[in-house]
Design a protein around this ligand. Structure first.
Ligand code: ATP
Ligand code: MG
Length: 263
C-alpha cells in the first residue's frame, strides 16, 4: 500500500543553469542527501562529464564498471550502473569523463533528446526523488535532463550578472515544454552563496523576487566554507559537518521542497 503511494509521488528534478560554478552540483549532492536523511529514497544522476557529483558522494570513478554513459548508449540498463552511496537511502547513477563523447556520438540518433528519459523509465519509480545534476551548458545532456524531469530547480548565485542568461534558460524551458516535455514545471529558483551582509546579495534577491515572485525558494543557501570543503572528502555536508550553516540550509531546502510537493 505504502509502496503504491510512493510510486505515485516519484519526482524527477533537474538542477540546471548554463552558467558555470553557480552551485548546481553542491545543490544536487546536498539536497539529495538531505532528502535521503528525511527517509526519502533518492537517486542522484550525474549528467555532467566533469563528474563532480560522482566524486562528491565519494565514488571511486576508476572502479566503476558501468556509468550513465553506458546506459545512454544502450550498453547497459540503468540498474546495472546504479550504486549505493555511503549515505543511507541515497544511490547514484555515476558518470565519468567518457560521458563527454555522448553529444557527438548521438548527433544523428533519432529521439536523441529522450534517451535519458528512456534510461530512467524502468528505475525512477523505485525512488521518491530523482535528482539530475546538469553540466554548465544548454546542450544535449541538459536537454535530455529537462526532457526527463517533472521540474527544474535553478540555482542562482547571489552575485552581479546572476540574472543574466536566465532569459535564455527560461526560453529553453519553454521550447522543451512545447516539444519534448509539456508537463515540465519550474520547481523554483534557489539563491546560492548568499551573504546577507552584502548589498549585492540582497539586491539579487530583490531582483529575483520582483521577477519571479513565489518561484524563489524561501530558503537561501549561505556562502559557507564547509560546503566548499566537503566535496574534497567525498562527503555531503550532512555527513561532513551537520552543524554547519550550509548543512542546515540544505535541510531547510529539502523540507521546503517536500512541503511544496505535499501542498
Ligand atoms: P559547474 O557549472 O562547473 O558544474 P556548479 O554550478 O555545479 O559548477 P558547484 O560545483 O556546486 O557549481 O560550485 C562551484 C564552487 O563553489 C565549488 O568549488 C563549490 O564547492 C563552491 N560552492 C558552492 N556552493 C557554495 C556555498 N554555498 N558556499 C561556499 N562554497 C560553495
Ligand atoms: Mg557542477
Amino acid at each position: 500500500m505504502f509502496y503504491g503511494i510512493r510510486r505515485f509521488m516519484s519526482q524527477t528534478i533537474c538542477i540546471a543553469n548554463q552558467k558555470g560554478g553557480v552551485g548546481k552540483t553542491t545543490t544536487s549532492v546536498n539536497l539529495a542527501a538531505a532528502l535521503a536523511s528525511l527517509a526519502r529514497k533518492v537517486l542522484l544522476v550525474d549528467c555532467d562529464p566533469q563528474a563532480n557529483a560522482t566524486t562528491g558522494v565519494g565514488v571511486d570513478k576508476a572502479g566503476l564498471e558501468k556509468t550513465l554513459y553506458h546506459a545512454l548508449i544502450g550498453d547497459a540498463p540503468a540498474a546495472r550502473a546504479v550504486i549505493q552511496t555511503p549515505v543511507k537511502n541515497l544511490s547514484i547513477l555515476p558518470s565519468r569523463v567518457e560521458l563527454s563523447g555522448f553529444e557527438v556520438e548521438m548527433v544523428d540518433e533519432p529521439g536523441k533528446e529522450k534517451l535519458l528519459s528512456a534510461v530512467l523509465g524502468p528505475v525512477r519509480n523505485d525512488y521518491d526523488y530523482v535528482i539530475l545534476d546538469c553540466p554548465p551548458s544548454l546542450t544535449l545532456l541538459t536537454i535530455n535532463a529537462m526532457a526527463a524531469a517533472d521540474s527544474i530547480l535553478i540555482p542562482l548565485q547571489s552575485e552581479f550578472y546572476a540574472l543574466e542568461g536566465l532569459g535564455q534558460l527560461l526560453q529553453t524551458v519553454r521550447r522543451i515544454k512545447q516539444s519534448l516535455n509539456p508537463p515540465l514545471k519550474i520547481a523554483g529558483i534557489l539563491l546560492t552563496m548568499f551573504d546577507q551582509r552584502t548589498n549585492l546579495s540582497n539586491q539579487v534577491t530583490e531582483d529575483a523576487e520582483n521577477h519571479f515572485a513565489d518561484l524563489v525558494f524561501k530558503t537561501r543557501i549561505p556562502r559557507n566554507v564547509r560546503l566548499g570543503e566537503a566535496p574534497s572528502f567525498g562527503l555531503p555536508i550532512l555527513l561532513y559537518d551537520p552543524a554547519s550553516a550550509g548543512s542546515k540550509s540544505y535541510m531547510a531546502l529539502a523540507k521546503e521542497l517536500i512541503k511544496k510537493d505535499q501542498g
